[in-house]
Design a protein around this ligand. Sequence first.
Ligand SMILES: C[S@@+](CC[C@H](N)C(=O)[O-])C[C@H]1O[C@@H](n2cnc3c(N)ncnc32)[C@H](O)[C@@H]1O
Length: 281
Amino acid sequence: MDQAVAPSSFSYSDADFRRVQEIALAEAGISLPVSKRNLVFSRVSRRIRTTGKASFKAYLDYVCSPEGHTELQELICVLTTNVTQFFREKGHFDHLETNVLPVLAQHLRAGGRCRMWSAACSTGQEPWSMAMSVMAKIPDALRLDIKILATDINHVVVENGRVGRYPEEELKNVPDSWRKQYMQPDVRGEFLMERDIRRLVTFRPLNLNRTWPFQGQFDVIFCRNVVIYFDDETRNALWKRLAERLVPGGFLYVGHSERVECMKECHLESVAPTIYMKKDC
Ligand SMILES: C[S@@+](CC[C@H](N)C(=O)[O-])C[C@H]1O[C@@H](n2cnc3c(N)ncnc32)[C@H](O)[C@@H]1O
């Protein structure tokens, strides 16, 4: 601790904000617009108080030092926006259930494998929605070689996703029959993803803008509502890397306000707004 009692507020200059912008961009690819200046102040102030540092400068110096590596991850966590919901952008799940899972079911039952990736999974509603779609359309999924990887840069939301506990008000987009089948009420009056469906999903922290610690390819990638925080260069580089990880005929789903502009280089074709298929190349 730099001091016994941390101040309740800190002086905050344009230079402090610029440093946070630089760190977010370098570490996570996140571009923080000036409109987020006040939000950044309140979120970073929490971390300054928790670490007992005396000022923005002392805190940011610490975060940038080798000893501050763990705190750097905490800083990135408070700078991320984690808004999500079950079956968000429902058309994607309709497409998955109608056009993709029936074909994958045949492939799986013939002894094939299927890998799906929720690449910025936040608190888990997205991968759990994918898992419910899988269970509903491929009821024998647990006997087949199908898995869903759920990753996010923010280790706190990844842990929440792994726990898989949600209050009732968050379940309004989950059909009642699916809630009864795939979730169980707990003593707190909340709902926990049930034991069997858990076998489908693995949660891991992962920064999309760093090396990925796996080699495999995916049949389905959901990468939604994350590149809106990236600049053009970071966004296009990520689309190329994701496309390389798709099997021919595999699908990439992006957020409704997002687009893949470099489709040709990525060997992707648009099959519906915000849904892309990898071409044979
Ligand atoms: C708005 S949420 C979107 C969640 C979900 N995909 C959806 O559409 O509902 C954006 C998520 O992207 C994550 N994120 C931001 N930068 C990232 C990065 N460089 N690598 C991995 N995840 C990142 C954030 O932590 C956050 O949970």
